[in-house]
Design a binder for this molecule. Structure first.
Ligand code: GLN
Length: 310
């Protein structure tokens, strides 16, 4: 573990940043997420030797939400190869909110600009191999089981249903892309798979370990087995840098400077080559949809341990 980085240090930082939770707001456009407690905070660091330290609420689970976009991208790339995937979804950041619809019409033939915005992620989920939504989600879960070494991870049924029933905007994005041939098959089935993927529930240590595996070039921490091919892990980390924090990715790159992906549940995963994975959770979000407490913790860690990749 990095020098001087102890559980006590993380606990101290967590208490120092706790008041910031008052400055944010829990996401409520997915009704089930509104039930999250903004005072429940957690942070974990997983190093490349497989050592993990964490502080805060360690048992409680939270849903991956947009963090799942990195994992579905990795799986779709492994299933189809780069050429196929990037014929259908672009590589450029948008500077727009994650659910924005308007660039779809600007970029013929309605190709979403990148896999980290909702339009791109919905197209990526469509590319995961599997005859049914449950088969796709089952494959994504197996992939996550392999990364976390925990077979018990599931998706939260209530959160998935709650999002599916209210996903008017994501439904519109899908129907728009279906019209233009970007999405194949049933839109409702694609949305079913996507909302279940977003509702996959992990704890803070799981998430930090996922970050560490990306930092370890896609290799399992103990066995060294290649779970994600190195070049694909690198593609995922690059997207985390350019568009992982929504339309705050630029300021985050300057303030923190590590590949990271955020979700509206209030979780963020960071991945630092040569260091490991970092996970933070705090449901109160700023106006861009990033965890206020999470951003501060990442900034503290990055500054103290000189983690910026720039
Ligand atoms: N499931 C959420 C949605 O599609 C994920 C968004 C997010 O985490 N930014 O709206």
């Amino acid at each position: 573990m990095a020098k001087n980085l102890t559980k006590e240090v993380l606990e101290d930082w967590l208490e120092n940043v706790r008041p910031l939770a008052r400055d944010g707001k829990v996401a409520d456009y997915i009704p089930a997420l509104a039930k999250q407690d903004p005072d429940e905070l957690a942070v974990a660091v997983y190093d490349l030797d497989g050592e993990c330290i964490s502080a805060g609420n360690l048992v409680c689970c939270f849903t991956l939400q947009s963090i799942s976009k990195v994992l579905s991208l990795a799986l779709a790339l492994m299933d189809n190869g780069e050429e196929y995937v990037f014929e259908r979804v672009g590589m450029e950041p948008t500077g727009d909110p994650f659910h924005s619809i308007y660039r779809l019409e600007q970029h013929a033939p309605s190709k979403p600009l990148n896999p980290m915005i909702n339009a791109g992620a919905l197209a990526v989920t469509n590319m995961i191999h599997g005859a049914t939504p449950d088969e796709k989600v089952g494959r994504l879960l197996s992939f996550i089981h392999e990364m976390t070494d925990d077979q018990s991870i599931r998706y939260n049924e209530d959160v998935a249903v709650s999002e599916f029933q209210t996903a008017y905007l994501n439904r519109s994005l899908c129907y728009y892309m279906k019209q233009h041939g970007v999405i194949e098959g049933s839109v409702e089935e694609n949305l079913d798979a996507y909302t279940k993927q977003c509702a996959i529930e992990v704890n803070i240590n799981h998430l930090a370990r996922i970050g560490a595996i990306f930092a370890n070039d896609g290799k399992d921490l103990e066995s060294g087995r290649q779970i994600i091919p190195r070049h694909l892990a690198r593609i995922c980390k690059t997207f985390m840098v350019t568009c992982g924090m929504y339309d705050a990715s630029g300021s985050f790159a300057i303030r923190v400077g590590i590949p990271a992906k955020s979700g509206v549940s209030g979780a963020v995963v960071g991945s630092v080559n040569g260091f490991g994975g970092i996970a933070v959770y705090g449901a109160a979000l700023d106006e861009k949809g990033n965890s206020v407490v999470g951003l501060k913790l990442l900034e503290l860690l990055a500054n103290r341990y000189d983690l910026s990749i720039f």
